[in-house]
Write a protein that binds this ligand. Sequence first.
Ligand code: PLP
Length: 382
Amino acid sequence: MPSLATGIQRLKPSVFATLSERMKSLPAAPLPLHIGDTFHLPPPEARLENLELEKHPEFYRYAHPFGQPALLSAIQAKLARENRLEVPNDALQITCGATQALHCTVLSLFDPGQTVTFLAPYWPLFGGMCRSAGLEVQELPVTDRLYRGEIVDFAQFLRSRIAPGARGLYFCNPNNPDGYVYTRAELEAIATVAQEMDLWVISDEVYEHYIYDVEHTSIASLPGMAGRCLTSFSFSKSYAMAGHRLGYLTGPLAVMGAARRAANHTVYNVSPSLQFAGLKALELSPQFVKRVARDYRQSRDILYDVLSGYAEKPPAGGYLFLRLKDEKTAWDLIWAALDKGVALAPGAAFGDDYAHCIRVCFTSAPPEDIARAADVLRSLLA
Ligand code: PLP
C-alpha cells in the first residue's frame, strides 16, 4: 500500500478515544461533562420543525459559497453592534462551524514549516489543523499564569517568548478550557507585540456569549488590528446549534478573498436551510443568549463551590479546568468519576503542560445534573 500523507500522520488520536472503550462498558451513559456542548435547544423560532422549510425549495440546491446574503447582512450588523467591528460584506465567510473558519485561516495564511504560537492551554483541534498542514506549533502557557497574576509585563512576556520568526498567534477569548477572558490591557499588549513581530493574529471567539462576570472585547476592534486579525465565531455555542455546524470568519479584505477561495474549494457552501435557522436565531439573539448565560452561570457556581480548591473561577466559557497533583492523580479521578457516571476530559488534550489537569464542562447538562456531578466529585476528592 502506498504511504499516508506526512501531515495526517502528525494528527494524534483524540484523548477522548481513551475514554470511549470504558464508557461502552458502563451500565448507563455517563453525564457528558467531557464534551463542550449544551443541554439547551435553540430558540423555538429557530428550530427546524418551526421553520417551514418546505416553503423554500431553493434550499435543496447549491447555495452561494460565501453564505446566504440575508445571513451575511445580519452578521454584519451583529459584528458592528456587539463586537465593534465594522466589516464590509465582502470580508465575511459563512463556514461549517468555527472549525472550518479556523481551517480557512491555516489555508490562507501559512506555509509548511512556519511557526504559529498558541497561547495555552488551548482548543486542541486548531493544533491538529496546523500540524497536519506542516506547521510548527509553539505552545506558550499563558492563561493559567494570568489567572495567578504571575505575569507583570504581558507585552514583555510575549516579546521574550514568542519564537523568533513565528508567523501567527492563536488564542481563544474567552478561553477553552479555562474560561479566561483577556482584559483590554492584555489585548493591547498582544496587539503591540503582534505589530512589532508582524504576526497574524487568530482570535477564536466562539464563547463570546458565555460571559458571566466581565466584559469581552474583540481584539480586531483595537486600533490598528483590523488589518492583521482573523476572528472566528460560532452558532454552536451562542444559539445551541452545534449539530448544524454553522460559524463564520471575518478579517482583512485581502485575506478574506483568500479565505473565501479556501472555503469554496473545501466545503463549497454551508447548507442553506441551516443558515436560515441561524438567521432566525440571530434575530432572537439578545433574549436567548441572556437567558442561557444565566443558567450556565448558576451551573458554574454550583461546580465552583465544590471545586474551588482545584480551579480558578472562570468568568466566562463553559468549563472549570482543574489542577491535580500530577498526571496519575488526574487519571485516577477521571476513571473513578466515570465509574460513578460522570465523564471528564483529560487535560493533556489542551497542551503539553496540562496532563495533571482535567476539564469539566458545566453547560452540557442541566443545573440539577451538574449538582449531582458536583456531589460525585466532592466525595471522590474528599
Ligand atoms: N473554537 C473553540 C475554542 C471551541 O471550543 C470549539 C468547539 O468546541 C470550536 C472552536 C469549534 O466550534 P464549531 O462547533 O463552531 O465548529
